[in-house]
Design a protein around this ligand. Structure first.
Ligand SMILES: [Zn+2]
Ligand SMILES: [Zn+2]
Length: 278
């Protein structure tokens, strides 16, 4: 078993509405069923929906890896119902590079007066682990997680999950440079699936659409995703972290363009399920 389900695929801010109904408007959250383990990647607003589903499987034991702590990656956590239930247990991993620990940030977003319940009142057992990019984490007996620090304001970790000779790489919130990032290429090398920050088209990134340049905002394009996928020899590219201003048709157009550069490309949408390596 190595199956990924996308619960939130949007970047920056949740963007519900009729124009985004097919792709979905919830922010970053992936469920990974790997071996006997449940791994959650990021806790954006999609996490609430995953939590609803998990209520039928309690008690829950899961490992949660946070790429970083911008709103769109943590905002679902206060609404993650299984975290309120005694008997559930979570190990939460986050990058060491920030001024606050993951625990301090998750607690901070629930502080009075902006939220009525404290992190410490949530009920489930939570163990926090701060990790650095050279660390390797084992989840259960047979899942190995490695990570790399990419380029994003405040820092971001991209993760590679390996199991039984198969691998998925989750690389969101990364700003590319003129040359492909050697750290990302090494992390993604030969992966079955690469999930990549394709927030902008090259025109949106450069500001050629009249909305202003996005250089320095910490995000990438679908064409860079295709370039990395090709150079790293990945089998399947999944465009992720769609800009909130991209409607369903815009996501479809950018996916078609990326497919011209890398044939095995698709867009992440809410409910997409991928069996890694098959
Ligand atoms: Zn983000
Ligand atoms: Zn971010």
């Amino acid at each position: 078993m190595f199956r990924v389900t996308f619960w939130g695929v949007r970047g920056s801010i949740a963007s519900p509405g009729p124009k985004t109904a097919r792709i979905g408007g919830n922010t970053s959250c992936l469920e990974v069923r790997v071996g006997r383990e449940l791994v959650v990647l990021d806790g954006g607003t999609g996490l609430r929906l995953l939590g609803e589903k998990l209520l039928s499987e309690m008690p829950i034991r899961a490992s949660m890896f946070f790429s970083h702590v911008h709103w769109d990656h943590i905002q679902g956590f206060p609404f993650f119902a299984p975290a309120f239930v005694k008997g559930n247990s979570f190990v939460l991993y986050g990058g060491k590079n920030v001024t606050q620990t993951l625990e301090e940030t998750l607690a901070g977003q629930m502080n009075f007066p902006t939220f009525p319940v404290k992190l410490t009142d949530m009920g489930a057992q939570m163990t926090f682990r701060d990790i650095a990019e050279d660390e390797e984490v084992r989840v259960g007996d047979d899942v190995v997680v490695t990570c790399a620090q990419l380029k994003h304001p405040g820092g971001v970790l991209a993760y590679r999950l390996e199991h039984d000779g198969r691998a998925i790489v989750y690389a969101t919130d990364n700003e590319h440079g003129p040359e492909p990032d050697p750290k990302l290429l090494a992390l993604a090398k030969g992966a079955d699936t690469l999930v990549y920050d394709a927030q902008y088209t090259p025109e949106e990134y450069a500001g050629a659409n009249g909305a202003g340049s996005k250089v320095g905002w910490g995000h990438s394009t679908m064409m860079e995703g295709a370039r990395i996928a090709k150079l790293a020899g990945v089998k399947r590219l999944i465009l992720f972290h769609h800009d909130p201003n991209q409607d369903d048709a815009a996501v479809e157009r950018k996916t078609e363009r990326a497919r011209e550069a890398f044939a095995s490309t698709e867009a992440a949408y809410e409910g997409l399920t991928v069996d890694v390596g098959s």
